[in-house]
Design a protein around this ligand. Structure first.
Ligand code: DAH
Length: 330
């Protein structure tokens, strides 16, 4: 009887340990725990038969039963720990990020160098209190020339070879036409900048294009003087190019009197960067402003010229070629 129970206990221990060692999931392990050590488990069932044992046998079998129970519990704990570790390990492996793998390429757009210059220039003028205005690229002779003190027989028309359209209109040769359009609509005081495309019958080469961009500047008020013009131009050029020497050189434009061209010392030589002057009284009269009350200054410059200097571009045509190898540099 005794040895029979002892054998059964030891057999149960052996069988249980084998089963526990073979358990490959935590769920299976829990099943085994219930099966062997649970209230209605196999060990309990065996022990219940101890009731029929004699008083001497009982402690001996009880001690063996305890050993079996402890041994099974230890095996369960060990296997549980092993399975939990394996589970975490598997999860870590499944979720591993290989940071050395090449990423997904996301093409990124850029600002075109011409737009970059325009944005910067407008920012500077807006910072000085200027408003941004736009005009039309197709213009009448009146806005492009006549109202700007350039009548049909004026020799200054030769300075700008013009594309005429079959209907008698033309493609504006400069953004100065926006001066007239803006003054017709608004009243002084005026502070306005006008960026835009302009057209000239020029043969295309490294420094000329039939289509290019200008930014026009106009200020009208009571009491504006050449000093205001110089201060504004200087501030703008410094913000754009840095603190470089600049000089004003007397020049001629039909719509300004006096007129000047502005040179900037760049890499050791003087570079012409813009035209400017005090708005000619005839221009003010053409929009109905009284030149006895109002004075003003105007200036205009080529955006391509600025881009070429600031980015060291040697051929204007690169700016229009849509070659990404070129454009990605900016
Ligand atoms: N419109 C001139 C040109 O295209 C540039 C210019 C000169 C604009 C003097 C002005 C100015 O406003 O005052 O060559």
């Amino acid at each position: 009887m005794t040895s029979n129970l002892e054998t059964q206990l030891l057999a149960l221990q052996q069988e249980g340990e084998n089963a526990i060692a073979a358990a490959d999931t935590l769920e299976r392990l829990e099943e085994l725990r219930v099966n062997y050590l649970g209230k209605k488990g196999q060990l309990g069932a065996l022990l219940r038969s101890m009731g029929q044992m004699s008083a001497e046998e009982r402690p001996k079998i009880g001690a063996i039963a305890n050993t079996v129970k402890e041994s099974l519990q230890t095996s369960l704990d060990k296997q549980r720990a092993a399975l939990e570790t394996a589970k975490i390990q598997a999860q870590l492996e499944a979720e591993t990020l290989d940071v050395t793998m090449p990423g997904i390429f996301r093409p990124q757009g850029r600002i075109h160098p011409l737009n970059g210059i325009i944005d910067r220039a407008l920012d500077i003028f807006v910072g000085m209190g200027y408003t941004v205005a736009q005009g039309s690229e197709m213009e009448t002779d009146y806005y492009n020339f006549e109202a700007l003190n350039t009548p049909p027989d004026h020799p200054a028309r030769d300075m700008q070879d013009t594309f005429y359209l079959p209907d008698g209109n033309l493609l504006r040769t400069h953004t100065s036409s926006v001066q007239i359009r803006y003054m017709e609509k608004e009243e002084p005081p005026i502070r306005v900048v006008a960026p835009g495309r302009v057209y000239r019958r020029d043969n295309v080469d490294a420094t000329h294009s039939a289509v290019f961009h200008q930014i026009e500047l106009l200020a009208i008020d009571e009491g504006l003087t050449f000093t205001d013009l110089k201060g504004t131009v200087k501030m703008f050029l410094q913000a754009m190019f840095g603190d470089l020497p600049i000089r004003f050189r007397a020049s001629y434009f039909p719509f300004t009197e006096p007129s000047a061209e502005v040179d900037l010392q760049w890499n050791g030589r003087w570079l012409e960067v813009m035209g400017c002057g005090m708005v000619d009284p005839n221009v003010l009269k053409s929009v109905g402003y009284d030149p006895e009350i109002y004075t003003g200054f105007a200036a205009g410059f080529g955006v391509e010229r600025f881009a070429m200097v600031l980015h060291q571009i040697d051929d204007i045509r690169r700016l229009y070629a849509s070659d990404l190898r070129f454009l990605r540099q900016f």
